[in-house]
Ligand binder design. Structure first.
Ligand SMILES: Nc1ncnc2c1ncn2[C@@H]1O[C@H](COP(=O)(O)OP(=O)(O)OP(=O)(O)O)[C@@H](O)[C@H]1O
Ligand SMILES: [Mg+2]
Length: 250
């Protein structure tokens, strides 16, 4: 059963608190929560699938008995629909292997912008591209990186509402470690973020939107960190926000 299979142990990371810094502990807590999230969805999907199998058997029996053919057909059709949904959910919650390649960030940004353009149409939103990075190539899973860009772009569009400005900027920087990095900044002149919300921004399920899931930023951060990158945010309530991704240049 679900309750027996599920093992949720918050804060069970094998690191002694005397060596872990506050940042490390926070990171581990976050990883825990994300791992649990995947575990919970997979377990729930699995349980629903088990339930569906037995319901299906009874529906087949009712059909054979010829009792209320029409209603039984409806039940059967809906069961099939739920089964398909749950199969997709299971597929989504099991970790996918990544396909790494050389990704041209400017092309991928352009493509992502094209995909969210219809969300901006009919509003007074201007978009400025300031692509400075040369080269603009990173080693990444293109579709995951696109998902990260789109999450940030959609948040920016939602934050500006009916009028405002989005700025997409890239540049190369050399860190104190001598490594060359590509910085991708997605800025908006939208609502901005209050200091208390800023602290919870990347938590799974944290949302201030009526229909938000609060998963966009936690997924984005996971993707960037799995690419050995960093994501940061600067924001001022009422003025706007800028999300900054930093990744190693290929
Ligand atoms: N560019 C931004 N400007 C202002 N607030 C933002 C911005 N991006 C994120 N936020 C805040 O962070 C919260 C979490 O964002 P996240 O993308 O994780 O979830 P969401 O946008 O609420 O829901 P979903 O992404 O599932 O539609 C948002 O609800 C919003 O309060
Ligand atoms: Mg979002």
């Amino acid at each position: 059963m679900l309750s027996d299979d599920l093992e949720i142990k918050p804060g069970n990371a094998p690191v002694s608190s005397s060596v872990a810094t506050a940042d490390m502990q926070e990171n581990l807590r976050r990883l825990d929560r994300l791992a649990n999230l995947g575990l919970v969805s997979a377990s729930i999907a699995h349980e629903i699938k088990n339930g569906l199998v037995s319901i299906n058997v009874f529906v087949e029996l009712l059909l054979q008995k010829g009792e209320d053919q029409e209603m039984t057909e409806i039940v059967r059709r809906e069961l099939k629909r739920i089964d398909t949904l749950v199969t997709q959910m299971l597929r989504f919650s099991t970790p996918k292997s990544k396909t790494f390649s050389q990704v041209h960030v400017h092309q991928l940004l352009d493509h992502s912008i094209r995909l969210i353009e219809h969300q901006m149409s009919g509003r007074m939103i201007t978009l400025e591209r300031d692509y400075q990075a040369v080269p603009d190539v990173v080693h990444a899973d293109e579709s995951q990186l696109q998902q990260a860009f789109m999450n940030l772009l959609l948040n920016a569009v939602e934050a500006v509402g009916n009028n405002g400005e989005l700025t997409i900027r890239t540049e190369n920087v050399t860190g104190v470690d001598g490594m060359r990095r590509l910085k991708i900044c997605i800025g908006d002149t939208g609502s901005g973020i209050t200091p208390e919300n800023l602290a919870r921004l990347f938590e799974p399920f944290f949302t201030t939107k009526k229909n938000g899931t609060g998963l966009g930023l936690s997924i984005t951060r996971r993707i960037i960190e799995e690419h050995r990158g960093v994501i940061e945010v600067q924001s001022q309530a009422g003025k706007g926000s800028t999300f900054i991704i930093s990744m190693l240049v290929e």
